[in-house]
Design a binder for this molecule. Structure first.
Ligand SMILES: *Cc1c(COP(=O)(O)O)cnc(C)c1O
Length: 223
């Protein structure tokens, strides 16, 4: 990440690292936490909630109190929104208004607003989640108007591309969309997150303007 930031002429603290801990057990999360990692991403609702609760139990049993943020990054069905709204700090995978409305309605009042990103199907992959690029502005406007949610940005998962330039070209399209939403003033100053880049393409994503890379394999090893 530091090398990619230097190459792009960006300050190293302009990109956050989200550790994707899906399929990894709690001890792996604790090890990453001990090394200073503060944000974790989970794909599967049930697994994520179990880990969040296991961490709370570990703290209650005398583990060191921790301040970590849990990010839901996997596809979200409407029957799972309640448990997500009650446990997670962030959701990156909002791709339709109905999901956002449910999250807003179900976010417990005693918790901080749920931080959300809109997932964009940036390359038109047929089987993929995400709103079409031309629908992003309208969805962003509608989500930004909901209570109990803070619209933070956009998220993409492009089809795998080999080669820096091919990867960068797709990420650059997401960056352009991100700037369009920002320039329209949607979400205000809180709209600051472009969640893109994984183990295989984080350098290209950072070069194109990512502010948050979601990295599993390069941190925890193969799943
Ligand atoms: C699994 C996953 C990642 C991390 O992928 P790696 O290639 O292991 O870094 C990032 N984002 C999403 C949405 C994922 O599902």
């Amino acid at each position: 990440m530091a090398t990619a930031c230097a190459r792009a002429g960006r300050p190293v603290d302009s990109v956050q690292l989200l550790a994707v801990s899906k399929t990894m057990p709690l001890p792996s999360v604790l090890e990453a936490m001990a090394a200073g990692q503060a944000g974790f991403g989970e794909n599967y609702v049930q697994e994520g909630v179990q880990k969040i609760e296991a961490l709370r139990a570990w703290e209650a049993e005398g583990g060191r109190p921790v301040q970590v943020a849990w990010h839901m990054i996997g596809p979200l069905q409407s029957n799972k929104t309640r448990v997500v709204a009650a446990h997670f700090d962030w959701v990156h995978s909002v791709d339709r208004l109905k999901i956002a409305e449910r999250l807003a309605e179900q976010r417990p009042a005693e918790l901080a607003p749920l931080q959300v990103c809109i997932q964009v199907n940036i390359d038109g992959g047929a089987s993929k989640s995400g709103v079409a690029p031309e629908e992003v502005l309208a969805l962003a406007r509608a989500v930004a108007a909901l209570p109990r949610l803070a619209l933070r940005g956009l998220m993409t998962i492009p089809e795998p591309q080999s080669g820096f330039e091919a990867q960068r070209a797709v990420h650059a399209r997401a960056r352009t969309l991100f700037e369009q939403v920002r320039e329209a003033g949607i979400g205000g100053a809180a709209f600051d997150t472009l969640s893109m880049g994984m183990t295989a393409d984080l350098e290209a994503a950072i070069d194109a303007g990512s502010t948050l890379v979601r990295v599993g394999t390069a941190i925890f090893g193969a799943r």
